[in-house]
Design a protein around this ligand. Structure first.
Ligand code: MG
Length: 467
C-alpha cells in the first residue's frame, strides 16, 4: 500500500477536471454505463447514506443546535477525513475537513492532531498550565464526537512528545485566538517535518511526510465564528435576508491558481527567473494543485535534506522539477472571523469534491430549502390566541404543499451529495447518480473526487440572547 501511495505521489498528485468537463463526459458516455448496469433507488440510498453522521446538542445554552455530516469516497482508500469535537474546559466547538493527496496518511494524521493543537492554544493560560502540571496529553482538551480511536502506540508516543513541547512552549505566552490558530497550523507542520527527519526509518512517519493534505477548520464560541483554511476546501455561511431569501457568504479563500493574490504571493517569494516554472499547468512546480498544504515536505525541505532523505530513499523522481529555492509550499492558513447574528442559520464546510459540482449559492439554497421543508415534518403547532377555521385551513394547506417537497434525505449533507451527483435543471435524475456511483475504480477519480460535507446549524434563539 505504501509503495502505491508513494508512486501516486509522483504520478498522480491531484487529478482535477472541471465540473463542465465531467458533465460533458456524462452526456457522452452515460448511455453506455446505464445500459450495462444501473443501481436501484434502494442501492443508491444505501451507498449515499453509508457514512452519514449527525449530532444534536441537547443543551439549549449553546450556539449550535447540531450538525450533520457525510462522506462519499472516490479514492480507495478515501483520502478525505473529518473530525468534530467539543472543548472540555469551555462551551466551544471545533470541526474540520481534511483533503489528502498522494495517499491518505497526512490527512488522517492532521484530522486528529490539528484540532488538538488549536484547542490547546485556545484555552486560557491558567487552565493550560494546570493541565500541564497534571501531565496532560493531546486529548486533554477536546471531546471528539465522531472518532474514539487513536494512533498506534509507536507513533502516538512520538506525537505526544511533540505536543508536550508545543504546550510548554505556549504556556506562558498570551495570544489572540487568531495568533493561536495560526501558530497551531505552522507548529504542527514543523513538528511533522522534525518527526520525519528524526524517525526517517519509520515507514508510517515518512508516509505522512511524503503525502499532503489541505484543511478547513471552523471554531465556534459564543457568537465568534472563525474559519481556518490552508488549501482548497471551503466554508460557506448560509443566512436569510430581510425577505427570507437564502444568501451565502464565503468564509474561506481557496489556495489554488484561481486565486490571483495567492499566485502573486508565491511568485514574489522566488526569483524572477523562476516565474515560468514555480507554477506551471496550474500546479505548483507543475505537480501540486493546492498552493498551500500540510505535509508534502518534498516541496518544503532544502536541497541538502532532499538529497539525504528523499532522493537516497525514493529515487530522483521524488525531486520536483526546477527545485531551486525551497520552500515552495507552506501550511500557513488564512483565517476569517465572523460574528454570528440571529440571521445566520448554518455553515457548510466541504472538500473540493463537492465544490466541483455545486457553487456556494447552490449549496446554501439547497440546505436552506432542505431546512424549511423539514419544518413541515414537525408536529402542527397553532399560533397563540384566537384562530379562525379559515386560518387553520390555510396552515394545513401550506403543510400539505410542504410535505410534497419533503426531501429524500433527512441528513442535509447527504441531500447535497445527492444533488451534486444527480442534480439537473429538472430535479434529481436517478440514472445520473447511478452512473457516478458505478464507475469502475480505475477511472472513477477522473469523474468525481472524494466528497466530504459537514453542515453546522446555529441556534438563533440563543444567539439573539447573546446579541
Ligand atoms: Mg479533493
Amino acid at each position: 500500500m505504501l509503495a502505491f501511495q508513494l508512486r501516486n505521489a509522483i504520478y498522480n498528485i491531484r487529478f482535477t477536471t472541471s465540473a463542465a468537463h465531467r458533465q460533458q463526459n456524462f452526456s457522452l458516455t452515460s448511455t453506455r454505463w446505464i445500459s450495462s448496469f444501473q443501481l436501484t433507488p434502494y442501492d443508491v440510498n444505501m451507498i449515499l447514506r453509508e457514512n452519514e453522521f449527525s449530532h444534536i446538542f441537547t443543551d439549549g445554552e449553546n450556539t449550535l443546535l447540531g450538525y450533520e455530516s457525510n462522506q462519499l469516497a472516490s479514492n480507495k482508500p478515501v483520502e478525505d477525513s473529518r473530525t468534530e469535537a467539543s472543548f472540555i474546559h469551555k462551551n466551544a466547538f471545533i470541526c474540520g475537513i481534511f483533503d489528502g493527496h498522494a495517499g491518505s496518511a497526512c490527512s488522517q494524521v492532521i484530522s486528529k492532531r490539528l484540532l488538538r493543537y488549536i484547542a490547546a492554544g485556545l484555552v486560557d493560560r491558567k487552565t493550560l498550565r494546570e493541565e500541564i502540571a497534571k501531565g496532560c496529553t493531546s486529548q486533554s482538551f477536546l471531546k471528539c464526537h465522531n472518532d474514539s480511536e487513536d494512533f498506534v502506540k509507536e507513533i502516538q508516543k512520538i506525537y505526544e512528545e511533540s505536543f508536550s513541547r508545543y504546550v510548554n512552549d505556549i504556556a506562558n505566552t498570551e495570544m489572540t485566538p487568531e495568533e493561536a490558530m495560526d501558530k497551531a497550523c505552522l507548529q504542527l507542520d514543523s513538528d511533522m517535518s522534525d518527526e520525519a527527519l528524526k524517525h526517517s526509518d519509520l515507514r508510517t512517519i515518512m508516509a505522512v511526510a511524503m503525502s499532503g493534505a489541505v484543511a478547513c477548520v471552523a471554531h465556534i464560541e459564543g457568537r465568534d465564528l472563525s474559519v481556518v483554511s490552508t488549501g482548497d476546501c471551503a466554508a460557506v455561511l448560509g443566512y436569510q435576508n430581510d425577505t427570507g431569501q437564502w444568501m451565502s457568504k464565503k468564509l474561506s479563500y481557496e489556495h489554488n491558481t484561481d486565486n490571483v493574490a495567492e499566485v502573486k504571493r508565491i511568485l514574489s517569494e522566488h526569483p524572477p527567473q523562476e516565474a515560468d516554472t514555480v507554477i506551471r499547468n496550474d500546479r505548483l512546480l507543475s505537480q501540486l494543485a493546492p498552493l498551500r498544504a500540510f505535509g508534502d515536505f518534498r516541496y518544503k525541505w532544502s536541497n541538502e535534506i532532499m538529497e539525504k532523505y528523499v532522493v537516497s530513499n525514493y529515487g530522483e523522481n521524488y525531486m520536483p522539477p526546477n527545485y531551486y529555492t525551497p520552500p515552495y509550499l507552506t501550511a500557513m492558513p488564512d483565517i476569517i472571523q465572523h460574528q454570528l447574528t440571529a440571521d445566520d442559520k448554518f455553515l457548510v464546510i466541504a472538500s473540493d469534491g463537492l465544490w466541483d459540482f455545486l457553487s456556494p449559492n447552490e449549496v446554501i439554497t439547497l440546505v436552506g430549502e432542505h431546512l424549511s421543508s423539514k419544518k413541515f415534518l414537525d408536529p402542527l403547532k397553532l399560533p397563540d390566541g384566537d384562530v379562525t377555521l379559515g386560518q387553520i385551513s390555510a396552515i394545513l394547506a401550506k403543510r400539505k404543499a410542504g410535505r410534497q417537497k419533503k426531501p429524500l434525505d433527512q441528513n442535509s449533507a447527504t441531500h447535497l451529495i445527492r444533488h451534486a451527483l444527480g442534480g439537473t435543471d429538472y430535479g434529481i435524475e436517478h440514472s445520473k447518480i447511478s452512473y457516478y456511483l458505478t464507475l469502475p475504480q480505475d477511472v472513477v477519480r477522473l469523474y468525481r473526487d472524494d466528497i466530504t460535507v459537514t453542515v453546522i446549524y446555529f441556534n438563533s434563539d440563543y444567539i439573539k440572547q447573546l446579541s
